[in-house]
Design a protein around this ligand. Structure first.
Ligand code: ADP
Length: 254
């Protein structure tokens, strides 16, 4: 679902308002304002160290921020009466998968529903099976992470995040730690989720994915959003010199 942002009247699902984050004297986020609407895929691109990961971690309450606010369905996530219940609705997929090594793929996917949601085991297992199928790993239910490729592990991690029925999925460079030959299978799964209208915010260096899958592209540099817009605009005719410099570096690096 693509939002006509120029005429958007909907309440953003996730809304960053002037978010600032300092590490000692260093400013990692210098007043970032960004709206994410339900059903959208927002890709965040920009040079290393520009604050992309920090922004996602703030949204998932993994990182406190210094000032500003992050609203989830209009509710300030840091002032919510039950922050844990908001965090449950925001799924996160990390660069390094973070699967439980002593659990099979199926058990990894079931663990959240069983322990956090107190879902019945039969139901959790059935849902985990469906999710494994959705990420193309129906045959790997009993595999341990160590027996899976990086791409397969990341697909299990995506299924595990989906098992909590989040309203939004945040991806922090989900393919950066993968062997090149498994990047495509993870991006294909993400593209399928996008087609299913799963709301996603994706920090990525995969410009091809951003161009194909994003409804909205955000360019960050030095803790600020330097430019944002639909992919055709950002990749076709960026207005910011910093966007152009970044894209030309990405182009020559690939
Ligand atoms: P990106 O995701 O765009 O590569 P990050 O959000 O990871 O950037 O980091 C933004 C900046 O904040 C970087 O310069 C990084 O060195 C700094 N930073 C991140 N985490 C910490 C930390 N725990 N302590 C100090 N500085 C940090």
């Amino acid at each position: 679902m693509t939002i006509d942002r120029a005429h958007a009247t909907a309440l953003p699902l996730l809304w960053f308002r002037e978010v600032e984050k300092h590490y000692g004297g260093f400013t990692a986020l210098a007043g970032v304002s960004l709206q994410v609407y339900r059903g959208e895929v927002v890709c965040i691109i920009g040079p290393s160290g520009s604050g992309k990961s920090t922004l996602l971690r703030c949204a998932n309450l993994l990182e406190p921020f210094s000032s500003g606010a992050i609203l989830f369905e209009g509710q300030d996530i840091t002032r919510a009466a039950r922050p844990a219940s908001i965090r449950q609705r925001i799924g996160m997929v990390f660069q390094s998968f973070e699967l439980f090594p002593h659990m099979t793929a199926l058990q990894n996917i079931m663990s959240g529903p069983l322990t956090v949601k107190r879902t019945k085991r039969v139901q959790a297992e059935a849902e985990a099976g469906v999710l494994l199928d959705r990420v193309g790993l129906a045959g790997n239910a009993q595999s341990y992470p160590s027996a899976l490729s990086g791409g397969q592990q990341q697909r299990v991690a995506i299924a595990r995040a989906l098992a909590m029925h989040p309203d939004i999925l945040l991806f922090d460079e989900p393919t950066s730690a993968l062997d090149p030959e498994t990047v495509g299978e993870v991006l294909a799964v993400m593209q399928k989720l996008a087609a299913d209208d799963v709301t996603m915010v994706v920090v990525t260096h995969e410009m091809g994915f951003a161009r194909r899958a994003a409804d909205w592209v955000v360019v960050m540099d030095h803790g600020q959003i330097v430019e944002e817009g639909p992919p055709a605009l950002i990749f076709g005719s960026p207005t910011s010199a910093r966007t152009r410099t970044f894209l030309s570096h990405m182009h020559s690096a690939h």
